[in-house]
Design a protein around this ligand. Structure first.
Ligand code: NAG
Ligand code: NAG
Length: 384
């Protein structure tokens, strides 16, 4: 389903304008159906200052991948959704939907807002495409993000304090699992809540046992390519957000964000090449996934156009810079922050900002934002 080159560009700005003008004069439904049918392929959302030639997507399924800048993307979706009065698929408590088991609709059957209808899925889950699609409808846009599996694993290892849990450094862990693969099982059952081993395929819903079969991993990768409209790359976040803006047909302004849930540099472990190589071997299945989607991502960038992409990225950086200035952003840590700004643990950055709603929401922690959305949906449900 990855977007092809711009039918929208062929239609041209004039045609898009005309369609909008008609919209004021005629019942819109027919025109909107036509535009919607083409919107996935049309460019414009991310382009610098061009008129959008597409309709903003309001049905979005985002697989929030662990340790892949996905809290930043989630915050973007939360703010846009809140501003446009969209409804979120949320658990009645915490921030997970299906932690050990794949998501299914019975997991949210009892939420107080079950009757309001859903637009956006953006919480951590074990992905189940059919079940998410059943909630959002067939026209939903599906997105996710991947990252180098070795860096992801290092991040997880540090963040989850596995050095304490396993009583060994990541350096030793890499040697332990590569010398004795059955030991992985010991670690993974202890690793509570995370898979750790091939975390990305796990989050995409591949059962652990299937992650040892090349054929099953290949099939899963092919399925993901079919199901997802855009798989972003965490190392290339600005370009990712430009392409996200295009894919969703949301203005680039909607992609302004602070890096949320990012570690302080002193808590990142530099790994030597040999350790990286051992881990990469051990994580071969996630490595296959990452290689595949990195390749597709490069193709998407190329289709978008190098110059246009570069301009849009520059524009996004300027917008981010301006937002930081306007919000008076400063970094803080767990111990010095509380309430809505408190980060998830003391390894990651928190922010202080001016007390302006837009600024607060940009710096708001995931748990705090989910609480707000939940409360809104409880209120909404009373009026349904
Ligand atoms: C749906 O999820 C629930 C709770 O996690 C689980 O008990 C049930 O077996 C699942 N149903 C299906 C059809 O997978
Ligand atoms: C591999 O690890 C398992 C589980 O910890 C252990 O029982 C087994 O003896 C180990 N094998 C070797 C060759 O070290």
């Amino acid at each position: 389903m990855s977007g092809g080159v711009g039918v929208g560009r062929v239609l041209g700005i004039a045609a898009a304008k005309r369609a909008r003008l008609f919209c004021y004069l005629l019942p819109c439904s027919l025109i909107l159906i036509f535009v919607a049918a083409h919107s996935r392929m049309s460019g414009g959302g991310g382009g610098g200052g061009m008129l959008p030639m597409c309709l903003p997507q309001t049905k979005v399924g985002f697989l929030k991948m662990h340790k892949c800048a996905s809290s930043t993307v989630q915050n973007i979706l939360f703010r846009y959704g809140e501003a446009h009065d969209l409804n979120f698929v949320l658990p009645s408590k915490n921030n997970y939907l299906g932690k050990e088991v794949p998501f299914n609709r019975t997991q949210i059957a009892d939420v107080p807002w079950s009757g309001i209808g859903y637009d956006i899925f953006a919480v951590h889950t074990v992905w189940n495409f059919a079940e998410v699609q059943a909630l959002l409808g067939p026209a939903a846009t599906f997105i996710s993000i991947v990252r180098d599996p070795v860096d992801l694993f290092e991040s997880l290892y540090t963040y989850a304090r596995w050095d304490q849990l396993f009583k060994m450094s990541l350096y030793r862990f890499a040697r332990a699992v590569s010398l004795n693969t059955t030991r992985s099982q010991d670690f993974l059952t202890v690793g509570a809540g995370y898979s750790g081993h091939n975390q990305m395929l796990h989050d995409f819903g591949l059962p652990e046992k299937d992650s040892y079969s090349v054929a099953k991993v290949r099939k899963k990768i092919a399925d993901i390519e079919q199901e997802f409209d855009l798989v972003m790359v965490a190392e290339d976040l600005d370009a990712s957000l430009v392409l996200l803006s295009e894919t969703l047909c949301w203005p680039l302004e909607a992609m302004v964000a602070l890096p949320v849930n990012v570690r302080f540099p002193q808590y990142k472990q530099p790994l030597d090449e040999q350790t990286r190589a051992l881990l990469r071997d051990w994580l071969w299945a996630d490595q296959m996934l990452y290689q595949h989607f990195k390749r597709l991502f490069h193709r998407r960038k190329h289709e978008f156009g190098e110059v246009r992409l570069h301009e849009a990225m520059q524009r996004l950086r300027k917008l981010n810079h301006a937002a930081r200035e306007m919000c008076g952003v400063s970094e803080t840590n767990f111990d010095n922050s509380n309430g809505v700004f408190r980060p998830s643990n003391n390894l990651v950055k928190g922010y202080e900002v001016n007390h302006v709603t837009d600024c607060i929401n940009m710096a708001r922690s995931e748990l705090s934002y989910i609480d707000i959305l939940r409360n809104k949906q409880v209120e909404k449900a009373k009026n349904v």
